[in-house]
Design a protein around this ligand. Structure first.
Ligand SMILES: Nc1nc2c(ncn2[C@@H]2O[C@H](COP(=O)(O)OP(=O)(O)OP(=O)(O)O)[C@@H](O)[C@H]2O)c(=O)[nH]1
Ligand SMILES: [Mg+2]
Length: 222
């Protein structure tokens, strides 16, 4: 019985991986650079995406998939910025999967998109095992979650390619040293770039926005 349950789990992941690869190839064919923004609830995922959209939308064609248990709330924030946005409701599920993204992609004009940002459901556990077809996996945490949050959730930091520690403006108020959080991320994943950001310090957001711009250029070979 236990083996049966374990095998069913493997089948789910294998089927998702296959579909994610199909999404990835479709996005690559249209030269769309896709980013999966994962991270803790309320860590600032939507805010970081909004800031990137504002900075890049005059030069690149951007679309957003807003994934959440009730996706409409974040989706309306992206629509206000004038970018095509598809809400992807996960219902009771705590993560997006490749099937939901496949459906969302059908609603987008991929030939006219340079950057697709996918906001995943806010938590540090469920999104880990579900690839979506993205080129870049980002994890965002904020200092307000406390400085032991990283080592409690190793897998998301081990499997991401860019980490953002957000809300550093309130680090002192919550008695957390962002450098300790950074050190812990690097213990788990020594190769990963770690950015310290605050929505109140536009300078601190430049590296985040720069990663997205580099990704767009790489995808287009420019
Ligand atoms: N002080 C401070 N507040 C921030 C910062 N970034 C975001 N916030 C605030 O934190 C709250 C949550 O931000 P969101 O961007 O909605 O967070 P999220 O990760 O998208 O949240 P969920 O989608 O619900 O998981 C909002 O009130 C933001 O204004 C920051 O750098 N500093
Ligand atoms: Mg959000």
């Amino acid at each position: 019985m236990l083996m049966h349950v374990i095998n069913m789990g493997h089948d789910v992941f294998r089927a998702n991986d296959k579909l994610a690869e199909k999404n990835r190839k479709l996005l690559e064919k249209h030269e769309v650079f896709a980013v999966n923004v994962m991270g803790a609830i309320g860590s600032g995922k939507t805010t970081l995406i909004e800031e990137a959209v504002k900075a890049l939308k005059d030069r690149y064609r951007i679309a957003v998939i807003a994934g959440d248990v009730i996706a409409e709330m974040d989706a309306s924030r992206f629509r206000k910025l004038g970018v095509p946005t598809v809400p992807a409701n996960t219902g009771k599920e705590c993560h997006l999967d490749a099937k939901l993204v496949e459906k969302a992609l059908e609603e987008l004009d991929l030939e006219n998109i340079d950057l697709l940002i996918i906001e995943n459901v806010g938590n540090l556990i469920c999104p880990v095992d579900f690839k979506l077809g993205e080129e870049l996996r980002v994890v965002a945490v904020s200092v307000s979650e406390g400085d032991d949050i990283i080592l409690k959730h190793p897998m998301i930091f081990k499997t991401s390619e860019l980490a953002v520690i957000n809300k550093v403006d309130i680090a002192k108020a919550v008695d957390v040293n962002p450098e300790t959080m950074k050190r812990d991320i690097l213990i788990l994943n020594p190769e990963i770039p770690v950015l310290l950001t605050s929505k109140h310090d536009k300078e601190s957001l430049k590296a985040w926005i720069g990663y997205l711009e580099e990704g767009i250029k790489d995808m287009k070979g420019i």
